[in-house]
Design a protein around this ligand. Structure first.
Ligand SMILES: O=c1[nH]c(=O)c2[nH]c(=O)[nH]c2[nH]1
Length: 301
């Protein structure tokens, strides 16, 4: 006997572009995003009995993504995601929850002769701003915001020594190494109960994204890193301290290794230790270090 344990469905990879034209300043502003929207509810019979009656077609989900982007602001993505997620359980009584994932792609205004151009933009990096919003009827909104794909490297100011050693260990200790990672940082907000509350926090979502990005870059650059673990924990602590509305911060950092190359076989060429200049960047395997940091519960004493 089989039983459906979990089910959700919807449209993924919906690409949306929106332009806002400010007539007064003759300036246009653009947003490009990729949206995934999945629904949950009383949809079991569509799987178990081939009954399509409860199925709001994924094509309808796609149409709704476009229509709500036309009728509402798409910035900040936390607000648009919440409006989209709330739509489905509000409109369809048999849909109880919606899960929305949004990836916002960079379009940064071009400066021409030192002046911001009114309608031209460049893709200055693969970094994205992401949000995940779940709306459940009777439970409200769970929102998390994320920086994805922010590639960084420091050429010194990073060490890794004192780690556990046994008969499986070959790694040498180092007091000076290259540190490079692609930052994936996510922060989860306190639960919201209404769109109105989310609307009133709209500016906070943007400010927090900028602050979290700055904190990540500043600590990455300035920390005399003992390890990826120790450096990322400092980032989490600072974001939690700076943003009262955030309940948890998570980082996932790949350790993108750069190996020294021993060239001493060629005429005694010195290229290791303090003489290392030419390195071999590695595609894989790579370390992957993750953590989730929450606020310490107040002591009961
Ligand atoms: O910062 C690091 N953390 C590790 O856990 C680890 N493991 C390793 O081989 N190199 C590193 N570097």
């Amino acid at each position: 006997m089989a039983s459906l344990a979990a089910a959700r469905y919807g449209k993924d990879n919906v690409r949306v572009y929106k332009v806002r034209r400010d007539e007064k300043s003759q300036t246009q502003t653009v947003t490009e995003m990729t949206v995934c929207c999945l629904l949950e509810g009383d949809i079991e019979t569509s799987y178990t009995e081939a009954d399509n009656k409860p199925v709001v077609a994924t094509d309808t989900v796609k149409n709704t993504i476009y229509i709500l982007a036309k009728q509402n602001p798409v910035d900040p993505p936390e607000l648009y995601g919440a409006i989209l997620a709330a739509h489905f359980p509000t409109k369809y009584s048999h849909i109880h929850a919606a899960h929305v994932n949004i990836t916002v792609h960079r379009w940064t205004r071009i400066n021409v002769d030192g002046r911001p151009h009114p309608h031209s933009f460049l893709r200055d990096g693969a970094e994205t701003r992401n949000v995940e919003v779940t709306f459940r009827r009777n439970e409200g909104f769970t929102i998390s915001s994320k920086i994805g794909g922010l590639l960084v490297l420091k050429s010194t100011g990073s060490a890794f020594h004192g780690f556990h050693r046994d008969e499986y260990t070959t790694l040498k200790e180092t007091w000076d190494r290259i540190l490079s990672t692609e930052v994936d940082a996510q922060w989860t907000w306190k639960r919201y109960q209404s769109i109105a509350q989310i609307k009133s926090d709209a500016a906070i979502f943007d400010e927090t994204f900028e602050a979290a990005r700055n904190t990540t870059l500043k600590i990455f650059a300035e920390d005399n890193s003992a390890s990826v673990q120790a450096t990322m924990y400092k980032m989490c602590e600072k974001i939690l301290a700076e943003t009262p509305g955030v309940e948890a911060v998570e980082y996932a950092l790949p350790n993108k290794h750069y190996f020294e190359i021993d060239l001493s076989w060629h005429k005694g060429l010195k290229n290791t230790g303090k003489d290392a200049e030419v390195y071999a960047p590695q595609s894989g395997p790579n370390g992957l270090i993750k953590c989730r940091v929450v606020r310490k519960l107040a002591s009961k004493l």
